[in-house]
Design a protein around this ligand. Structure first.
Ligand SMILES: [Zn+2]
Ligand SMILES: [Zn+2]
Length: 195
C-alpha cells in the first residue's frame, strides 16, 4: 500500500485490519501445512510450489465468464475514482479501484476475448468482447493496473482514498482523504477537498 492510500483516516478500522492479518496468517499456515504434506510425497515439486503458493491469489472473471483474471499478492492501493471518464465508461457513479503492479495481474483464460479501448495515453481500458463486461484498466504512465474491485469478488475491498473528487456526483462521508484530482506522487495537485 502506498502511504496516501492508508493514511489520513482517523476512522481506519484497525481491528478489522488486525482480523484480516490474522486471517491471512491462518491461511498462510494452512498453505504451509499443505506444502509440507506435498513435500513428504514429492520433495522436488514442493520447493517450486512453496514459492508459488506463499502469495495470496484473487480470481475473477468478466460478466459472462469467458475471461478469467488472477491477481497475486496485495494491491498497492484501493479507493474510489469519481472522474467523468470512469463514470461514463462504467455506467456507475464511481469506480472502486484496486491498483496492482502489472506483474501481479494475469489473464489466466480467454485472453483472445479481451478488447481494449484507449481514449488517452493514461488509460488502456480492457473488457470482454463477448459480453462487454469490464475487467481492468492499465495505466502505463503510473506503472499500475486497476483491476476493478467488482472484478475480484474475493478481494476484501478496503478503500483508503478518493481521487478526482472535484468531479463527484456521489459525495461520501467516510472520513477518507478526498483528493481534488490525484495525490502529488501520481502527478496530481495533491490538493484535498473537505467532506
Ligand atoms: Zn465476458
Ligand atoms: Zn476515474
Amino acid at each position: 500500500m502506498t502511504r496516501w492510500a492508508r493514511g489520513g483516516s482517523r476512522r481506519a478500522p484497525y481491528d478489522h485490519h488486525r482480523r484480516q492479518r490474522a486471517a491471512k496468517v491462518v491461511s498462510l499456515v494452512e498453505r504451509a501445512q499443505r506444502d509440507v504434506a506435498v513435500a513428504k510425497k514429492s520433495p522436488e515439486r514442493s520447493s517450486k510450489q512453496g514459492r508459488l503458493t506463499a502469495m495470496a491469489k484473487y480470481s475473477g472473471e468478466c460478466f459472462c465468464g469467458a475471461v478469467q483474471v488472477e491477481a497475486s499478492g496485495e494491491p498497492e492501493a484501493m479507493g474510489y475514482c469519481h472522474c467523468r471518464s470512469c463514470r461514463s465508461w462504467s455506467g456507475g457513479p464511481i469506480n472502486a479501484f484496486s491498483l496492482w503492479k502489472p506483474d501481479a495481474v494475469k489473464i489466466t483464460s480467454g485472453a483472445e476475448h479481451v478488447g481494449m479501448f484507449q481514449k488517452t495515453p493514461v488509460s488502456q481500458r480492457q473488457y470482454c468482447k463477448k459480453c462487454g463486461g469490464h475487467l481492468l484498466t492499465n495505466h502505463p504512465p503510473l506503472g499500475l493496473v486497476d483491476v476493478f474491485s467488482a472484478t475480484l469478488p474475493t478481494l476484501k475491498y478496503t478503500p483508503g482514498v478518493h481521487v478526482n473528487y472535484a468531479e463527484t456526483v456521489l459525495p461520501m462521508k467516510d472520513g477518507l482523504p478526498k483528493f481534488k484530482d490525484f495525490p502529488a506522487e501520481f502527478g496530481g495537485s495533491g490538493e484535498q477537498i473537505a467532506e
